[in-house]
Design a binder for this molecule. Sequence first.
Ligand code: NAI
Ligand code: MG
Length: 489
Amino acid sequence: MAIPENKLAFGDGWQYSPAPESIDHIKVRKKYDLFIGGDFVAPVKGRYFETINPATEERLSRVGLGTELDVDKAVAAARKAYSSWSRMKAAERGKYVYRIARILQERAREFAAIESLDGGKPIRESRDVDIPLAAAHFFYYAGWADKLDYAFPGRTARPLGVAGQIIPWNFPLLMAAWKIAPALACGNTVVLKPAETTPLTAMKLAEVVADAGLPPGVVNIVTGAGDTGAAIVNHPGVDKIAFTGSTAVGRIIQKALAGTNKRYTLELGGKAANIIFADAAIDQAVEGIVNGIFFNQGHVCCAGSRLLVQESVADQVIQKLKDRMDTLIVGDPLDKNTDIGAINSAAQLETIESYLAIGEEEGAELYQSACPVPDRGYWCRPTLFTGVSQSNRVVQEEIFGPVLAIQTFRTFSEALSKANNTRYGLSGGVWTDKGAKIFKITQNVRAGVVWANTFNKFDPTSPFGGYKESGVGREGGLHGLDAYLKLEA
Ligand code: NAI
Ligand code: MG
């Protein structure tokens, strides 16, 4: 497939891509090897796979397809590095993590552009959310490295060993930061596998790790798909698995780890209720609903994908929501005016479209904005389902796209029981003028995080994780340190 001149020009093994207004230049190699033991090395079997730009369907780069043999090498490199890394003076270890944070900050524009190219998310989000938060995670955990005694008073904190980390495609660099930063600060070494559709910022992170001068083998990055992930999970030399992704794969991993000594954290799916009471500030709530479900094309595990709105204001809220949806711009992720970028992959678009059909078959009423979408690439207009019931699949199952299911309620207890009537328990939201209602909701909605009069706010200091089928364990904050430590009396 020919790549348009203005998109990518080749030279010296680098591609220099466009310069739409927000981007000066970005560098993506034509080919990425695996990052093992501090070097970029070809996969043992010499196989590579493509990563494309989902907004154009054009190839961006080829990355190594890691097999069990490569995972074995990476685990060996991590094990070798562990003995000195875990014994290094904690303040020194912290300095390395700080260095990663600072370099990420310096290269933020380049990272943001690559994140948007490889995964389809709007540049405004990569620029203002993903990359700054990724740097913030490294800063935050760097600060803890030499303060573990204060984090866990009276206990002796020891690292676990080699951490195997498998991440998804919705927040590629941010998820790498969530995994790597606490692991390193605690003295572990890591083998990370990025998702197959979004490996590029992880490979750029490998360059940052090398530039920051980390000892070889402390961070290893092996690209590949599910088999590569499974090789990490099943490797006997790995002491801990941290996984973020689908509940289906989370289950496979949990089974594989049963009966082993490996520790694990699983951050899985969600179907969060965003609850709007009649006394809420309605315009703000509408913005919160939009942000809750359309942020990152709805590819968000904690997305507010179920709207529960009090009956007396339902018509008003839904009308305002439709009006607001009609103003959303779907299209070029690199354009800073874009609100909703490309769906991450053809497979994910197919999943979303299958749910659009399921909703209609179930008798729900579908509303989509009428905005234009580009001819090429993977797109989904912002979508609402009304007239749904609790048992509908579009109410119960994670769609992971810009699709909102709307239900109404009359009483507080009805809202609560509908909110909790789900097998997931990752997040929730409540919009009301009354503090007392907020406390009652946050205490009674069984979810790891409940936002009040806001949604999708993240901070490295606060723990994140789920109940029920949304996962096991917490990441972020002190809880996130705990997950990478053995605490002894
Ligand atoms: P997935 O769970 O298959 O992929 C996530 C990561 O796990 C990727 O790096 C993948 O290569 C890896 N993986 C796949 N199979 C594995 C295995 N057997 N052992 C170890 N690692 C494995 O998610 P997928 O298929 O990309 O998306 C399907 C659905 O999952 C989405 O529609 C969405 O509902 C949900 N999902 C949830 C995410 C979250 O943040 N909670 C993130 C991604 C997907
Ligand atoms: Mg890609």
